[in-house]
Write a protein that binds this ligand. Sequence first.
Ligand SMILES: Nc1ncnc2c1ncn2[C@@H]1O[C@H](COP(=O)(O)OP(=O)(O)OP(=O)(O)O)[C@@H](O)[C@H]1O
Ligand SMILES: [Mg+2]
Length: 317
Amino acid sequence: MGTPRPPATYTAQPYTRPATVSADAPHRGAPGTDVSPDTELGPTGRPRRHIPEPQPPSHQGPATIIAMCNQKGGVGKTTSTINLGAALAEYGRRVLLVDLDPQGALSAGLGVAHHDLELTVHNLLVEPRVSADEVLVRTHVENVDLLPSNIDLSAAEIQLVSEVGREQALGRALYPMLDRYDYVLVDCQPSLGLLTVNALACADSVLIPMECEFFSLRGLALLNDTVDKVRDRLNPKLSVAGILVTMFDSRTLHGREVMARVVEVFGDLVYDAVINRTVKFPETSVAGEPITRWAPASAGAEAYRALAREVIHRSGR
Ligand SMILES: Nc1ncnc2c1ncn2[C@@H]1O[C@H](COP(=O)(O)OP(=O)(O)OP(=O)(O)O)[C@@H](O)[C@H]1O
Ligand SMILES: [Mg+2]
């Protein structure tokens, strides 16, 4: 039997390339980038693009909000939210992480005892009098704050359904916080329901973590449709920040084939930073630490630092 092919819809370019990527970000051969023909190939199979070392934040002002989103479960959304957040903080960025998943894995992964919390993102969404400051938790990672969640959040979709402006509840709650941060990363649950739509409705962009596995390609068309609808109806500025390939194993033919297909379909949207499959990540969840602190010299920590450099470069701050 031959290698299964992704569905026909992927022969067309399914994403509207965001202006930040096509206009500003360097890509292979773009003027001003240091890609020469003999440049070393990265794990994506392309020459690595030159990303400058981040300088101190270029401007103050409202944070860039990035929704970490993929309705497929277990693809590395939460792991990437924690570790990208910690890596951005290492570069001097002030980071707010938002746990928008009733599983509370983001909160747990940062060592926050979320089951016992009196106020969580749930209160923020359904009780307008509760302010984000009352819910905010300082994590043990310098420059990383958290709006935590627990299972209470599972009631929010039903409670919000009859509200006017139900898709903007998160945006309203976050608005007063934005001047204090450079980046807000929203860890979405594995669904495209109302909570995820709330994240997309207030985000500047969507970062899509994608497990390097054949069936992962399939759900991306649906995610793309949702992003398009939210952009048309609720949030014209929404763009796709990029696609992060996670759990990559370059030793397998399958891994390399899926990677080649992802790059063929999504082109420059695919980050050069790629996260390899390693047991270190499950270990960090148990430790309640980002990998940048748990194993600072590991390849995983370096990969998330490389992602942070690309995110800073693409977003220009
Ligand atoms: N690069 C990696 N290598 C190995 N294991 C990983 C990697 N990234 C994440 N994991 C592990 O895979 C599992 C799922 O990861 P994670 O919770 O980040 O995914 P998710 O997309 O947030 O899941 P969910 O959809 O349930 O919210 C976790 O046990 C995590 O420790
Ligand atoms: Mg998760």
